[in-house]
Design a protein around this ligand. Structure first.
Ligand code: ATP
Ligand code: MG
Length: 440
């Protein structure tokens, strides 16, 4: 037996019956974000390793242990992108579309992180993200949140909870980092091992530890919000004020810090209780110092990313995924000349009615077996082309849903007959000659 090759752990095929939901969701998101003026950008999946090391931060989980990094044939260190922001910033600096401009972008595509695969956590996963550049005020932070809230509404998703926090300015955060570190050092013996390690390199990350002992210690820890600089406080109040006015519920979670180093001021997450431990479907925030840190001119920035797998899981659990549309017409035929004829008739219908989904039976099978398939396909009508039909130039039309009906229709009246079962969509103008009713 030849050994079969399997897909890589944590990287999944998206088969057609599921893919249809992906395309649908992407289309919904696209419509919404483009209605807010966001423009799509497509970026490479592979970047120089240094890009992520410098932007995400050397002592984050992603850079320390989750990146797919390899040497290419020239000996350059490359990495499969673990997220989309770094690439956007690189591209913006490279093409000069950030400085002194107001930019709204969105992207969609696969990301790669070497994490322990489990429900809602994969090694290849997919994000739709948005990034904005050049806007300092709380208005744009709030727009991002309003836009995501509108997306949940458009999709019908219920029970998502919004948590927000402010990390303050770079300096305030630095100050707070010291305070927190001092406090945690004093209680280091009660922290879990991971937190003890992070305590030295990235103490803010201890704040979102799930360990019960560590959480106990954190109850008395100094608060990030209390350490905010006055400008960041005002900015945060601005964001909250807009959310209040829009009637969007949120909780301020002073321990929300996010896993990437580049955030400053506003951070937020949309969380579901229906997805188990991997409940965050959308997360983002402001990253005002990243562009400069990557060699660009100082440019304020703000964005978020949604996990497609988690969003789809949530839509499924709330029964919000659309049904797969069946074909409208199933074309049956038997015999070589009849099959040729069937394909030709289907093509001429398509010429006038590109809105119809027409499935022509190809391959083996007698008419009876074909009729079974036609029925199972869910099609509205079957067109049958046999010896007699070929000889006298008509088509047998059989209705497969509702009251049964079968009749012989001259080819010149076929489009009219089909329109009875499946009217053309409104404002639909068929290509070809106006008023041409028959099938040529
Ligand atoms: P988590 O805390 O769940 O690890 P994160 O903070 O690492 O998430 P971000 O980098 O902010 O996540 O990515 C934004 C979104 O992308 C997440 O909220 C989630 O929906 C999704 N996401 C992140 N990592 C994965 C993964 N490994 N598998 C599936 N989805 C993911
Ligand atoms: Mg993570």
């Amino acid at each position: 037996m030849v050994k079969r090759i399997q897909s890589i752990r944590g990287m999944h095929d998206i088969l057609p019956e599921t893919e249809i939901h992906w395309s649908w969701l992407e289309a919904q998101i696209r419509m919404l974000v483009e209605s807010y003026g966001y423009r799509r950008i497509r970026l490479p999946i592979v970047e120089k390793t240094e890009l992520f090391a410098r932007s995400i931060g050397a002592v984050t989980d992603i850079v320390e242990k989750e990146m797919y990094t390899f040497e290419d044939r020239n000996g350059d260190s490359l990495t499969l992108r673990p997220e989309g922001t770094a690439g956007c910033v690189r591209s913006g600096i490279e093409h000069g579309f950030l400085h002194n401009q107001l930019v709204r972008l969105w992207y969609s595509g696969p990301m790669f992180r070497h994490e322990r695969p489990q429900k809602g956590r994969y090694r290849q996963f997919h994000q739709v993200g948005v990034e904005t550049f050049g806007m300092t005020g709380p208005d744009i932070d709030a727009e991002l949140i309003l836009m995501s809230a509108r997306l949940w509404k458009a999709l019908g998703i219920k029970n998502l909870r919004l948590e927000i926090n402010s990390l303050g300015s770079q300096e305030a955060r630095e100050r707070y980092r010291k305070q927190l570190q001092d406090y945690l050092y004093r209680h280091a013996d009660r922290l879990d091992e991971d937190s003890r390690r992070r305590l030295k390199t990235n103490p803010l990350r201890v704040l979102d530890s799930k360990d019960a002992g560590t959480r106990e210690v954190l109850k008395e820890a100094p608060q990030l919000l209390a350490a905010l600089d006055a400008e960041s406080r005002e900015h945060f109040e601005g964001v909250c004020g807009i959310l209040d006015m829009a009637g969007i519920d949120y909780t301020i979670n002073p321990r929300l810090v996010r896993g990437l180093d580049y955030y400053s001021r506003t951070v937020f997450e949309w969380i579901s209780n229906e997805l188990g431990a991997q409940g965050t479907v959308c997360a983002g925030g402001r990253y005002d110092s990243l562009v400069e840190q990557m060699g660009g001119r100082p440019t304020p920035a703000c964005g978020f990313a949604m996990g497609m797998e988690r969003l789809l899981a949530l839509l499924e659990s709330q029964a919000l995924l659309p049904e797969i549309p069946p074909p409208d017409v199933y074309v049956l035929s038997q015999g070589t000349a009849e099959r040729r004829h069937a394909l030709h008739i289907a093509e001429s219908i398509r010429q006038s009615r590109p809105d119809l989904r027409i499935l022509v039976h190809c391959g083996e099978g007698g008419l009876k077996a074909q009729m079974k398939r036609a029925d199972r396909s869910g099609a509205e009508v079957a067109l049958i082309i046999g010896v007699d039909e070929l000889a006298s130039d008509y088509v047998t039309v059989r209705r497969l849903r509702g009251e049964s009906m079968q009749k012989q229709v001259p080819r010149s009246e076929l489009l009219l007959e089909l329109a009875r079962h499946r009217p053309s969509p409104e404002n639909f103008s068929a290509p070809g000659k106006a008023g041409e009713a028959g099938v040529k």
